[in-house]
Write a protein that binds this ligand. Structure first.
Ligand SMILES: O=P(O)(O)OP(=O)(O)OP(=O)(O)OC[C@H]1O[C@@H](n2cnc3c(O)ncnc32)[C@H](O)[C@@H]1O
Ligand SMILES: [Mg+2]
Length: 200
């Protein structure tokens, strides 16, 4: 991710794009959303976060001709045997809706008592120097929490109002953007990727 070049962010999710810009623009990186290059959403046909992140990064790099960064992420809930997992964005079906996804999650956990609602966000980041890069940089990080019975807070996106972080006694939607980026699966995955890039 040389500072001499732009990189394309292989995502159509406004919440992610905002977080990556907050993480990377202070470091001097120029992150452009894939829509700016006419990259269409790819079908996420993989069965793992890694496979889907690779599919997204490869397509964005191929169409834009730029190095690409992709994020495939999701919420893994123990009481639901890992659901919604790689299907987190489309848990309640198409068109994707955070509100419908949150409603479905609460509904699925209706009978699950406090103490048995553990979950974690996962984030996989893939960085490709070019579309046929045979050596992608890949990092995975998770963030442990619990699923609340009622939403709290207005910040973030996705499942954040329902994701409770015991250490700070707040939902992710109650954290500031800076605090979320410091603690989150995505923020820490980005730090790990930056470390790999600088030693590459
Ligand atoms: O594929 P792109 O275009 O990047 O956008 P997407 O929203 O479809 O992204 P994913 O396929 O990676 O699905 C990730 C979903 O997991 C959830 N998610 C991931 N990270 C999250 C976070 O930090 N806060 C809340 N929800 C998150 C949320 O529902 C996301 O839509
Ligand atoms: Mg997606």
């Amino acid at each position: 991710m040389s500072r001499a070049f732009d990189i394309v962010l292989a995502s159509g999710n406004a919440g992610k794009i905002r977080e990556f810009n907050q993480l990377l623009s202070p470091l001097g990186y120029e992150v452009k959303a894939q829509a700016d290059y006419g990259v269409a959403e790819v079908e996420e046909t993989g069965l793992t976060f890694i496979e889907n992140a690779l599919l997204k990064a490869r397509e964005a790099s191929r169409v834009s001709g730029l190095p690409a960064l992709a994020d495939d992420s999701g919420l893994v809930v123990d009481a639901l045997q890992g659901a919604p997992g790689i299907y987190s964005a489309r848990y309640a079906g198409e068109p994707k809706s955070d509100e419908a996804n949150n409603r479905k999650l609460l509904d699925q956990l209706l009978e699950v008592p406090e103490g048995e609602r553990s979950a974690r966000y996962w984030c996989v980041l893939v960085y490709l120097r070019h579309a046929d890069d045979p050596v992608p940089l890949i990092v995975q990080q998770h963030w442990q929490g619990e699923i609340l019975a009622h939403p709290r807070g207005e910040g973030g996106f996705g499942y954040d109002p329902l994701f409770w972080i015991p250490e700070v006694r707040m939902s992710v939607a109650e954290l500031s953007a800076e605090e979320k980026n410091r603690l989150s699966h995505r923020g820490r995955a980005m730090q790990a990727l930056l470390a790999q890039l600088s030693s590459h």
